[in-house]
Design a protein around this ligand. Structure first.
Ligand code: ADP
Ligand code: MG
Length: 453
């Protein structure tokens, strides 16, 4: 099998098989497009024409590909992902900030080829954000500026932001896009302040065509960064450059954000992403399965989508578990496998008795006779506020979700709201026997019914 005479086609299919077997998590359907162009001085060159894909492979998949290349050739090869036009400077983000220094490349977030508009499923919860993002990418600086996307954890904010970056780069590869997390922005800023390189900082950020900052709520409490961001924002805005931001809360709900920033953030389009409905969840699972070349029967998709409705990242995680379970046991994916995989997961992590957030919600909605949609809504009326707080208290006690995640789950509320709920119910349980009894009864109903696997 380890011949030096493998044709490029053979070599590629052996690498594919090796990766599918040993690193299924990285495999994508577009790997078909990767083409070996020859071994040169101990380096296997793999042609990837799409810059975002090439950069992604170079930055995140080098070691499994190297391992595969070595295993199937029996030679100590290195691997390099190359573009059509240049074979020497392989690691440049062609298309991304072309004026960038190597440093920029390190600090920029890597775009994931998974996060495009083609793979983004549109549903009632994200329709506005999606439409706005498409409009913005077709008319930078001219449609909505800034575009501010907010919502709970795992609801597709980063996906939307990256989809815009990718389509813009596809349309015009020379566009100078600065895409970074809010933490990176703050860190770069603080480093420049320390080393007296503020000129560089300003030059870098104020000459962009598009500034995309993910999780801008992290600016909260960082006064100096807020100040600098304000000026960056104004300079770009006045020059008609596009600004796109994401956050876990609406501008008005980000704690400790300067008023002038709140008003800047509100002056374009503010779009909230909400949790996906069942149909959307099924469609998302389909899209994800397709991306990783996985054939999943409809009843399995339906089963997973019905069970997991908290956030989309978890939905994907369930799909991965099912695939892993099927592979490990040499089975095809079917409903029984899906059930076993998810049950197995609980066993592995010793969570057999751990209620899911869904069980908690079911118990609370039944007890108080309210609708799920009320629980998720922004309504603050006592009749829903108390059950919602009880849900948060129970979720905190019985699940491993963070305050942020729980807040995101309950209609995109921030972690301070959850903390407040947890404290409130804690105090009221002590003080009010009715509440205490109610909580105990709800708790009893789902703790008993938790299946022990
Ligand atoms: P957020 O930034 O809001 O926390 P992400 O954008 O990281 O969430 O999304 C979490 C995961 O869910 C990603 O893998 C993303 O591709 C997927 N996802 C979210 N929304 C959608 C959607 N509408 N269609 C397809 N995948 C989605
Ligand atoms: Mg994100």
């Amino acid at each position: 099998m380890k011949k030096s005479t493998q044709s490029h086609g053979e070599l590629k299919s052996q690498i594919d098989i090796y990766l599918q077997k040993n690193h299924p998590e990285i495999c994508r359907h577009w790997f078909d497009e990767i083409e070996p162009t020859g071994i040169d001085g101990g380096v296997l060159n793999l042609l990837v024409t799409e810059p975002v894909r090439r950069q992604y492979l170079q930055r995140t998949c080098l070691s499994p590909f190297t391992e595969a290349a070595q295993a199937v050739t029996g030679r100590l090869l290195a691997v390099r992902f190359v573009g059509e036009e240049n074979t020497n400077n392989q690691t440049s983000i062609d298309g991304a900030p072309s004026s960038g220094t190597p440093n920029d490349l390190e600090e920029q977030l890597v775009l994931s080829p998974d996060y495009t508009f083609e793979t983004f499923v549109v549903g009632p919860g994200n329709r506005l954000a999606h439409a706005a993002a498409v409009a913005v990418s077709a008319n930078l600086g001219g449609a909505y500026n800034p575009l501010f996307v907010h919502g709970g954890v795992g609801l597709g904010k980063t996906h939307v932001l990256q989809a815009v970056c990718q389509i813009v780069l596809r349309q015009k590869p020379t566009t100078r896009i600065g895409y970074l997390s809010c933490q990176s922005f703050s860190e770069i800023f603080m480093a420049c302040v320390k080393s007296g390189r503020m000129q560089d900082f300003r030059h870098r950020f104020r000459n962009l065509d598009v500034l995309v900052i993910d999780d801008i709520h992290f600016l909260s409490k960082r006064e100096q960064s807020q100040e600098e961001f304000f000026h960056t924002f104004n300079t770009l805005y006045q020059a008609g450059k596009q600004i796109i931001l994401s956050s876990d809360a609406s501008p008005n709900d980000i704690p400790d954000l300067e008023e002038r920033l709140v008003s800047r953030f509100n002056c374009g389009l503010v779009a909230r992403v909400d949790r996906p409905c069942y149909e959307t969840r099924v469609a998302i699972l389909k899209s994800k399965a397709n991306l990783i070349n996985l054939n999943v029967p409809d009843d399995v998709l339906a089963y997973i989508a019905a069970r997991i409705d908290s956030n989309i990242r978890e939905l994907e995680g369930a799909l991965t578990k099912v695939r892993g379970y099927a592979m490990a046991n040499g089975l095809a994916i079917c409903l029984d496998v899906a059930k076993a995989a998810i049950a197995d997961d609980r066993l592995v992590f010793g969570r057999s008795n751990q209620p899911t957030i869904q069980m908690i919600i079911d118990a609370v909605t039944v007890y108080y006779d309210i609708k799920l949609s009320d629980l998720m809504s922004k309504r603050r009326h006592k009749s829903v506020a108390l059950p919602r707080q009880v849900c948060m208290w129970l979720a905190r006690k019985h699940t491993r979700y963070s305050l942020e995640e729980i807040g995101g789950y309950f209609g995109g509320r921030d972690h301070t709201t959850v903390l407040h709920a947890v404290r409130t119910i804690g105090v009221r349980r002590e003080a009010d026997p009715d509440i205490s009894k109610a909580v105990d009864r709800i708790e009893g109903s789902f703790v008993q019914t938790t299946p022990v696997v």
